[in-house]
Design a binder for this molecule. Structure first.
Ligand SMILES: [Zn+2]
Length: 356
């Protein structure tokens, strides 16, 4: 509030706070907007509409507000900043409009998210709004080697095809080796600080098989290691796949990041642009509404994509992963990230050789 707050607005602020103390919530409340970094607005406005605001997956206890005839929304500033990953809010000056309402400062969500590079998604009926730091606009330090491992199932249910299901004992031994050799399993959003991470590695699991909960999750807990699950949103209710409760439990552990693997797992390069858009966007929105965090990474089913896929993904996703190829080096095309396939037949020696 240090910039642009002059005596006039301070006096106005004080008098308004005194006034608001006597108003009940159902009375028509007049809000006066003042800007912290821009010219003070002379136009008072009326808080008319309330909506649920999610910040990095957390629902704020107080609703957000919008004013009559205004497209912008306001959230209680202290609670909003508290819910936000501190990396995205380092106590900088608020480059956004604020309003004073019912004894508290509210910040303009649209202004704040634009200034801080936070992604924002709003429900069509204006009842909910999600702010997700990881899905926003942030930079990756370039030139760092980050192997991205591709797994599918874990355990002894070989239904997806034997090669795609790594034995639990093998995965246990692989994670132990990574630990022993000083590797740090990270999420894609941790690439923001990849320059500060010792021996980063990304563990990814495709298709969302049920054993990702029964077999993989206990191993992640045992080693306290992070993994990314690519979920096919249309299969969420299938008995062979993880269900909604399991996804939420895994996400809440702080070890599992939930990302997209389309709605029904088609070969995207065989579909029209419209159908691709449906597959890529519907799955993203469905997972967003389940996890309250906006997915920002997509795994192309069977690694297949074309120019149209990339055009769509460039606006809806930060990262896209394929199958096969060498280790990813940050700075390479983030929508065409190679992954190293780990299969049931991968021997301990082959695995160890990749992680010196
Ligand atoms: Zn798949």
């Amino acid at each position: 509030m240090e910039k642009g707050l002059n005596w006039r607005s301070l006096l106005l602020l004080l008098s308004l706070s005194a006034l608001f103390a006597f108003l009940s919530p159902d009375q028509e409340i007049m809000l006066h907007a003042f800007l912290t970094t821009q010219e003070e607005s002379e136009e008072p406005f009326t808080a008319e509409h309330e909506l649920d605001v999610y910040v990095d997956g957390k629902l704020l206890s107080s609703p957000g507000l919008s004013a009559e005839g205004e497209a912008k929304h306001y959230a209680p500033a202290a609670e909003f900043l508290d819910a936000l990953d501190k990396d995205f809010w380092a106590g900088e000056t608020l480059h956004c409009a604020t309003v004073f309402y019912a004894g508290r400062d509210f910040l303009c969500i649209e202004d704040f998210c634009a200034a801080q590079g936070i992604s924002l998604y709003r429900e069509a009926d204006d009842s909910k709004l999600w702010c997700t730091s990881a899905a926003g606009d942030w930079n990756v330090p370039q030139g760092y080697r980050v192997p991205v491992l591709m797994y599918h199932g874990v355990g002894d249910n070989l239904r997806p095809g034997a090669e795609l299901v790594v034995a639990a004992e093998s995965l246990d031994a692989q994670l132990a080796l990574l630990r022993e050799r000083g590797y740090t399993p990270i999420w894609f959003e941790d690439l923001k600080h990849v320059d500060q991470i010792e021996k980063p590695v990304l563990l990814t699991f495709d298709d969302g098989y049920r054993d990702n909960y029964t077999e993989l999750f206990p191993l992640l807990q045992k080693y306290r290691m992070k993994a990314t699950l690519f979920i096919v949103s249309g299969y969420l209710d299938s008995p062979h796949n993880v269900n909604r409760e399991q996804i939420l439990e895994m996400q809440a552990s702080g070890l599992v990041s939930i990302q997209c693997h389309t709605q029904y797992h088609p070969d995207l390069d065989t579909l029209s642009a419209d159908l691709q858009e449906e597959e890529l966007c519907w799955s993203k929105v469905e997972l967003l509404k389940l996890t309250n965090k906006e997915p920002y990474v997509v795994a192309y089913p069977r690694g297949r994509q074309n120019e149209e896929t990339l055009t769509i993904c460039r606006k809806d996703y930060r990262f896209g992963v394929k199958m096969g190829g060498p280790a990813y080096v940050t700075g390479d095309d983030p929508l065409l990230i190679h992954r190293i396939g780990i299969y049931r037949s991968t021997t301990p020696e082959e695995f160890a050789a990749r992680f010196p």
